[in-house]
Unconditional design. Structure first.
Length: 215
């Protein structure tokens, strides 16, 4: 489970990696659940086939998905919805709608953080790409029509990390090993366009050599 990541501060670096600029917003470097961060999606208008519609757009949203059909807002907003298990997202009340509608997104990040318990103590550890490039994490987005207006939100997809030579170091002993899905740059547009039936094909472990950890 990832509950802390580092956002990309430099707009030009963001653009060079993802081909879009982040929307104007109050930048927060250390992102925690329920904070407002940016995500990249395929514009909903793109389904029209209009060539004038850009293939990607960056939006500001709440980290912690709020499903479109939310009725009990007070309860839903308290839930931990910042990570979604890819294996069960389709059947989940919270994530199922976004998964079935293929509302895929990319979450830009400099790094994410996980606890290293190998010493018997919780050691917060920063995990980044070994080549120094930003990370593009696979996620889902949704739009909730709240009483005060529309709310965009997003979540990170996670997969099992048992047997992963790098990510198996993290999380409390006895807990299931999980990891976020680090997309390959060449897969960004394919992920944003993919239908729901093809979603699981992108749920792959990142090669251990592509990641580096700093306590």
């Amino acid at each position: 489970m990832c509950s802390h990541y580092q956002a990309i501060k430099e707009r030009e670096r963001y653009f060079r990696k993802f081909g879009v600029y982040p929307p104007p917003h109050e930048y927060v470097e250390d992102m925690w659940p329920r904070y407002a961060g940016t995500f990249i999606r395929r514009p909903p208008e793109a389904v029209s086939g209009d060539d004038a519609v850009a293939p990607r757009e960056s939006q500001l949203g709440r980290w912690g998905l709020v499903p479109w059909g939310t009725r009990d807002a007070a309860r839903q907003l308290k839930l931990s919805t910042f990570n979604a298990r890819a294996e069960s997202a389709a059947s989940s009340y919270t994530f199922g709608g976004a998964w079935r509608r293929a509302q895929h997104c990319i979450i830009p990040a400099e790094a994410f953080f996980e606890p290293d318990w190998r010493t018997g103590k919780h050691v917060p550890t920063r995990i980044a790409r070994s080549d120094g490039e930003p990370l593009g994490l696979a996620g889902l987005w949704d739009r909730w029509e709240s009483p005060t207006g529309p709310v965009l939100s997003y979540t990170m997809l996670t997969i099992n990390a048992e047997g992963h030579d790098f990510m198996c170091r993290f999380h409390r002993p006895g807990d299931e090993k999980r990891m976020v899905v680090v997309l390959r740059a060449q897969d960004y547009d394919a992920w944003l366009r993919a239908p729901a039936g093809a979603s699981m094909a992108f749920m792959r472990q990142c090669p251990p050599a592509d990641l580096v950890a700093t306590a």
